[in-house]
Design a binder for this molecule. Sequence first.
Ligand SMILES: [Mg+2]
Length: 378
Amino acid sequence: MKITSIKSVMIQGSWTWTLIKVETDEGICGIGESQLPLGVPDILQRIEKMIVGEDPRNVIQLAQKIYRGLSGAGSTGGSILLAMSGVELALWDLQGKITGLPLWQLLGGKYRDRVRIYADTGRPGDRSPEAYADGVRERVEAGYTVVKVDIDHCAPAEYIKDGHNRALSRQEVDHMSAVSHAAFDALPDDVDLCLDLHWCYQTSDALRVARRLEDIDILWLEDPTPPENLDALKYVTDHTSVPIACGENHWMAHGLRPMIEQRAADIITPDIPRFGGIQEGKKVAELCEMHYLSFAPHNICTPVGTVASAHVCANAPNFLALEHHGLDCPWWDDIAANWSGPVVDRGYISLPDAPGIGVELNEELLRAHLVEGEEWWD
Ligand SMILES: [Mg+2]
């Protein structure tokens, strides 16, 4: 069996999604997903030249070939890895279709039959604590047992003294605390709350916020400081009792290794279809497990990338929760043509037994949501 082509198509949903297809000379194809298509279609053409004619069963070796082959163009981070990850997902899907096995089985089996999904809540137009509380209640009604609220920039604009210095005014910290407490108080005891700071703040102010959250039992506070400086992150983690999550802006297992080894965060959040793919996700989960850290992947994908991530999560003993960022796209679940019910059902994904990732695309639906100028991959 040989790879004959790589195709991609961009879909406009809650984000611009990039779906990837790897075709073979035996008519079997694998479907993967990349993210944030900055340069990805061009890079895919380069990757296609590198792997056409290769045996698609050598998934790990082919991913390494792409990684090493594009090292001069910057494969330690950025769009090269977005494209490589999407191809790697498609190769795993293909591997499943060749063998007839679901991805979770190819990875060595699963610890759980269904994967706990956490729901992002949007930013309400009204930035009052009550509006945020209403937002989390909606997610609880939809069946979620973990919800996340973005508390960066949740304060009224007049509370912000300077939009450039990463510093927080007293009014902002008070408002962030009030929003967090209101959201927490709105949740029943069996639902967890996560809060996200989106790497906006300087170290001491991120810590001021964390300390104001120590009296509520939240699952995690995410990305307190900008992503480049591990020492700053570790300082926050070391000086608060609030569990700190980080990882969505890091690339490959190597990029997360120092964070894990130095315990600069408590919960590690790689984005599997973006940061390096399934094999790298499994590596990170295992490295976290060796350091008794939790694994909770970031995710903004269609059902293709989301279910692919769910297979890795099912395979990791230290898995905590997987993100779902498509709740406000009313046709998100319908993308998976072969699922009888919603992909995310009452806050969980049940692992499919279909070969590979287990998501067949609803072509008619996706054709109706192509990014302007895009054509379907016939
Ligand atoms: Mg985040």
